[in-house]
Ligand binder design. Structure first.
Ligand code: NAD
Length: 377
């Protein structure tokens, strides 16, 4: 496999995947296709700009003719599809954009790849369409142990603290889809289209569903970079509801490593869940961030806790996501490489050291959006 199309490569996770592939596979030609929405930023990839095995193409995945042209012109053999509208709060305000990009965009990409691959003498041989999705498609789990209990499993990601789970149920690859937000509904729909292209046309597809990612280059509307930046500027830290919601967290480079492994070794038509067995209640996670930022900035311990501001809960806010990633560990030998506290420390240091990146992003559109979201609460 030589020509790999990575969509959404200027975004948070996509930029880590593009960097990994460009550095690790000099014999591959990596084509990064991105529309450069508010969330896409080529500054995320400055270090690989100009590499001989890397090309950036600005395009909209929902434009079928463009997808046909790009896949044919670059003779694409494999696709790793990450381009999406990805922020739940935005999906509540504007669900149509999510349906257009996440559903129609994925469909256009599938169709363009099918037409090109079926026109080749070897057809689907050595081809792969890999779709990146979220654990949010599975719906929500109950918070049956509000104070946390010992988790039945753990990984390196969770080994830094007494590992806690907030319920006995986990999402497995067999869990029935039950999305609640417009974002998760659009991702669920796109997952179904990908599987339908395998079942109907024989396209060699693969789908993975991952828990919350954190790390460098994440757009600062998402919790961790938003809070690091707000603490630095002494701005309020808006916490939904009582901060009781629980999420599993995985360092973004560990997700990128899993994507590399699954792209090359995963079983066609299969699904893998990716997660860290590393559950955190939002409010506890926020306190870890505050502690780390305050320490690194030389502030008195806990000083920034005064910035915590409880705001009206997100509409339809799912209580708990917890993912069982043992299949991926068992079948392909993947596991997280970073302990959570190490990952958070690395992440906070990165944002504090890259204020110029943050400043460029937090001017313009982002600020208007931020004011719109939080000024009336
Ligand atoms: P992101 O919002 O940071 O990046 C998305 C990228 O897609 C941006 O570069 C944007 O410009 C591009 N894009 C958006 N619409 C496009 C269009 N119509 N055509 C072409 N490009 C377009 O998102 P992310 O957090 O990096 O997520 C990447 C993927 O991983 C998404 O599919 C998301 O659903 C999935 N995912 C994310 C997480 C997470 O915690 N961030 C967890 C699990 C799965």
């Amino acid at each position: 496999m030589r020509n790999i199309l990575i969509t959404g490569g200027a975004g948070f996770i996509g930029s880590h995947v593009v960097r990994l592939f460009v550095n690790k596979y000099p014999d591959y030609h990596i084509v990064n296709l991105d529309k450069l929405t508010y969330a896409g930023n080529l500054a995320n990839l400055e270090d690989i700009e100009g590499r001989p095995n890397y090309t950036f193409v600005k395009a909209d995945i929902a434009d079928l003719d463009e997808m046909r042209r790009i896949i044919r012109d670059y003779e694409i053999d494999g696709i790793i599809h990450l381009a999406a509208e990805s922020h739940v709060d935005r999906s509540i305000k504007d669900p149509f954009t999510f349906a257009r990009t996440n559903v129609m965009g994925t469909l256009a990409l599938l169709q363009a790849a099918r037409e090109y691959w079926e026109s080749l003498p070897e057809k689907y041989e050595s081809k792969r369409f890999y779709h990146i999705s979220t654990d949010e498609v599975y719906g929500a789990l109950e918070l049956t142990h509000p104070e946390g209990v010992d988790a039945p499993f753990s990984t390196k990601a969770s080994s830094g603290k007494k590992h806690e789970a907030y319920g006995s149920l986990f999402f497995t690859e067999e869990t029935k889809y039950n999305p609640h937000s417009p974002y998760s509904a659009s991702k669920a729909s796109s997952d179904h289209f990908v599987r339908a292209y395998h079942d109907t046309y024989g396209m060699p597809t693969i789908v993975t569903n991952c828990s919350n990612n954190y790390g460098p280059y994440q757009f600062p509307e998402k919790l961790i970079p938003l809070f690091i930046n707000n603490i630095r500027h002494g701005k309020p830290l808006p916490v939904y509801g009582k901060g009781e919601n629980v999420r599993d967290w995985l360092y973004v480079e560990d997700h990128a490593r899993a994507i590399d492994l699954i792209f090359h070794k995963g079983k066609t038509a299969d699904t893998y869940n990716i997660g860290g067995f590393n559950e955190w209640k939002n409010i506890d996670l926020i306190k870890v961030i505050i502690k780390t930022v305050d320490r690194l900035l030389g502030n008195p311990e806990g000083e920034s806790e005064r910035l915590i501001t409880y705001v009206t809960d997100r509409l339809g806010h799912d209580m708990r996501y917890a993912i069982d990633s043992r299949k991926l560990q068992r079948e392909l030998g993947w596991e997280p490489s970073l302990q959570f506290e190490e990952g958070i420390e690395k992440t906070v240091r990165w944002y504090l050291d890259h204020q110029d990146w943050m400043d460029r992003i937090t001017s313009g559109d982002y600020l208007r959006y931020y004011d719109d979201m939080y000024s009336n609460r």
